[in-house]
Design a protein around this ligand. Structure first.
Ligand code: FAD
Length: 295
């Protein structure tokens, strides 16, 4: 780490946030794959987060960020990470809308609002991660997207500035949006939408998920496309149940990789490479990761 970067990190720890050095990312991720990163910074307010981003931008310091680590892993020991999960949680109902902070869990919002007959968050039913990450990747359960009732988002840009983006100006695709990778979503406004079928639909979605593999994972590892389902390709290569250094391709759903022991994130990364290579050689199809390696 450069001396100048160390100075900035020191300033951050004195003025803006807790900085934890040599942190085990397994403790922050649902995969629990072992890997130590250079440091994890935990701001508690948006204004302090903004100041940290500004400092990094001005001093040209590379960093990345995450919230609940249910879709991400790391393989770079020099990584500086900001963890958004300790920012203040917001969940405010207004007349026609609901305002939530980016670190609210989608599964919580879906379950919480269904009791009032509000179906605005059903697209996040049982999805363990944050709504900020969910909005950015257009998370969905089946065809039902978490962004269905999104009105607008508030982000912090790579320069540390606050900005508001209207949903109608955001392009949404399967597991992808036009929101810049560097933008941190700290707040979102959703339309408050009622439906008579909310509870039934919620129960239906729960039921759909009941056979989902249990254990430490990041959910689906590879993206589907209109032409194929990743799990079918992996099955067709006889990889179902295959195990590599503590990571197993689930016997229940072969797009899930379960960490059965204390596997290292490097081995998880290698297994992804092995699967991609075998699928390519056997089917001539290049599958792509849904999970995110934070660089
Ligand atoms: C068992 C299981 C089941 C799952 N099922 C589904 C499913 O059905 N559908 C689905 O879509 N996903 C599913 N997921 C994946 C995951 O929960 C979602 O992608 C979720 O949105 C990730 O949230 P997170 O806070 O954990 O993101 P993290 O893993 O912390 O981060 C993932 C990415 O999002 C970015 N990010 C994090 N927070 C923010 C923010 N506030 N603003 C902007 N960017 C941010 C990070 O920089 C990173 O690039 C599943 C995961 C698991 C473990």
């Amino acid at each position: 780490m450069k001396k100048s970067s160390l100075k900035i990190l020191d300033k951050i720890s004195r003025k803006y946030a807790l900085v934890k050095y040599n942190e085990e990312f397994a403790n922050y991720s649902s995969l629990k794959a072992s890997f130590f990163v250079y440091c994890i910074i935990e701001p508690k307010t948006i204004n302090k987060l903004k100041k940290i981003i500004k400092l990094f931008y001005k001093n040209n310091i590379k960093f990345n960020f995450f919230t609940y680590g249910t879709n991400s892993y790391v393989t770079n020991p020099n990584l500086i990470l900001i963890n958004l999960k300790n920012l203040k949680l917001i969940n405010k109902t207004r007349h026609k809308s609901i305002c939530v902070s980016g670190n609210q869990r989608m599964s919580y919002l879906s379950s919480y609002y269904k009791k009032e007959g509000i179906d605005s968050f059903l697209g996040g039913t049982m999805i363990p991660g944050s709504i900020g990450a969910g909005i950015k990747i257009n998370a969905s359960i089946g065809e039902l997207s978490i962004n269905k009732y999104l009105k607008k988002i508030y982000v912090i840009t790579e320069k540390g500035k606050k900005k508001c983006l209207k949903a109608k100006n955001i392009e949404m695709k399967y597991r992808n949006t036009s929101i810049k990778e560097s933008n941190i979503i700290y707040k979102a406004i959703f339309k408050k939408h009622y439906s008579y079928n909310t509870i039934d639909e919620y129960l239906y979605l729960l039921d759909k998920r009941k056979n989902q593999p249990k254990g430490n994972s990041l959910g689906s590892v590879f993206l589907n496309t209109d032409s194929y389902k990743a799990w079918q390709l992996i099955d067709s290569c006889n990889l179902k149940g295959f195990s590599y250094k503590g990571f197993r391709i689930s016997n229940i759903h072969s797009n899930f990789i379960i960490n059965e022991g204390n596997g290292s994130a490097l081995d998880f990364d290698r297994l992804i490479f092995i699967i991609k290579l075998i699928v390519l050689l056997k089917t001539n199809i290049k599958i792509k990761e849904e999970v995110i390696r934070l660089n």
